[in-house]
Design a protein around this ligand. Structure first.
Ligand SMILES: C[S@@+](CC[C@H](N)C(=O)[O-])C[C@H]1O[C@@H](n2cnc3c(N)ncnc32)[C@H](O)[C@@H]1O
Length: 381
């Protein structure tokens, strides 16, 4: 509608509006004061509504149970600190009926292997130890305790977060880059393998990088932590800064952190003022994954991970990255099969069976870990 000239508007005010445009009787006319009186919808509810619309289509009849699990207390795993004496801790945890789900998977792989294919055992690192309580057991771990040298005995984390690290399958003397590393759970797990040749841990956020330093300080002896190169660069620029020098690269990107989004108001990406940032996430994730691929030596491997169920942030990012690597950089990238993880870790986690490229751990009331998506890419020589 054309704007009214000043004089016409003044005349309208004096005379009142033309018939048909008049407001109702004065007693029904009030001005809404949105800022003070409209009830504020919690951001967690907005997130849940968004997930109800999108994930019910993706997960179909699985969604109600995944939804309920996201809204319940999550389960933790205790990543043992191999830099601290662990024997009394393992005894204590085993008395509580917790088991190391990784060594458990080793044992099962050995049994399975008597009749099946070889990649099962070779694909998991044996030095990482993480204790979890059995399915349906919701016992909580006590807080970590310091040893005589002041190093903490374990690190509590979502046990599914270890799967991307296990998928990276670090080998002796590999140079490893953790591109989005803070606050440092996966960096610590990489160090627990005890075989990283060189480890670079980067995160764009200076405040979160400080938390990474604190984790290193609390768990890792001085001579080892000082050998980790910690940087605070924009991961998207990594290749220009450091070139293609790594055997293994972990790209654990920022995402909608689905569990956090439905449970915590603070720092929630579904907040109205963060809409643009949320919409741009798949682009940022793609750029970070591309930087990860470019940082990898020919023949090297990249693991991409998120803690979201969103196909737009998971499989679509992988598809686009493989395509862009080929068309814009003439780099062939192969998506590695990780389906044996589903067999190895079926006692501990619930996996979604319909992923095409990677693997997705679904939260479940009896095993409330995840969500955790991970996919492994190999840069062809
Ligand atoms: C999912 S968190 C990483 C969690 C971490 N890997 C761990 O296991 O503790 C994603 C991280 O990406 C970082 N990030 C966001 N944008 C980035 C960028 N452009 N370059 C590097 N890091 C970035 C965030 O600061 C955040 O710490």
């Amino acid at each position: 509608m054309a704007a009214l000239s000043g004089r016409a508007a003044a005349a309208l005010l004096r005379r009142g509006p033309p018939p048909g445009l008049a407001p109702g009787p004065r007693r029904h006319h009030y001005k809404k004061k949105w800022a003070t009186t409209a009830p504020r919808i919690p951001v967690t509810r907005l997130a849940l509504h968004h997930f109800d619309t999108t994930y019910s289509l993706q997960l179909r009849d699985l969604w109600p149970s995944v939804r309920a699990s996201l809204l319940c207390e999550q389960k933790y795993g205790a990543l043992l600190n191999n830099f601290s004496p662990v024997d009394h801790v393992t005894q204590e945890l085993e008395l509580l009926n917790a088991t190391d789900f990784i060594s458990q998977a080793h044992k099962e792989a050995q049994q399975l292997q008597q009749g099946t294919s070889p990649p099962l055992r070779a694909s998991i690192s044996s030095n990482i130890k993480c204790y979890t309580f059995p399915r349906g057991d919701i016992t909580r771990f006590r807080p970590a305790r310091p040893d005589v040298l002041g190093l903490l005995d374990y690190y509590l984390m979502d046990a599914a977060s270890l799967l991307p690290v296990l998928a990276l399958n670090v080998q002796p003397d590999d140079s490893v880059l953790d591109l989005c590393a803070a606050p440092g759970g996966k960096t610590l797990a990489l160090l627990q393998t005890g075989v990283c040749g060189h480890l670079a841990a980067n995160d764009i956020s200076i405040s979160r990088t400080k938390r990474l330093y604190q984790v290193l300080q609390s768990y890792v002896p001085k001579e080892i932590r000082e050998a980790v190169s910690v940087t605070s660069c924009d991961g998207r620029d990594w290749e220009q800064l450091k070139g293609s020098t790594f055997h293994k690269v972990l790209v654990d990107v920022p995402c909608t952190t689905d569990r956090h989004s439905v449970m915590e108001e603070e720092n929630n990406i579904f907040h109205k003022k963060r809409t643009k940032e949320r919409q741009m996430l798949p682009m940022l994730q793609l750029q970070l994954l591309m930087a990860g691929i470019l940082a990898t030596k020919p023949g090297g491997e990249v693991v991409y991970s998120t803690c979201s169920l969103s196909p737009l942030q998971n499989e679509h990012v992988i598809e686009r990255a493989v395509e862009i690597a080929e068309t814009q950089f003439s780099i062939s990238v192969h998506v590695e099969d990780l389906s044996h993880f589903r067999i190895l870790f079926q006692d501990t986690f619930c996996f979604f069976s319909d992923c095409q490229l990677g693997e997705l751990v679904l939260p479940n009331l009896t095993a409330n870990f995840g969500p955790m998506y991970f996919c492994k890419l190999r840069r062809i020589e």
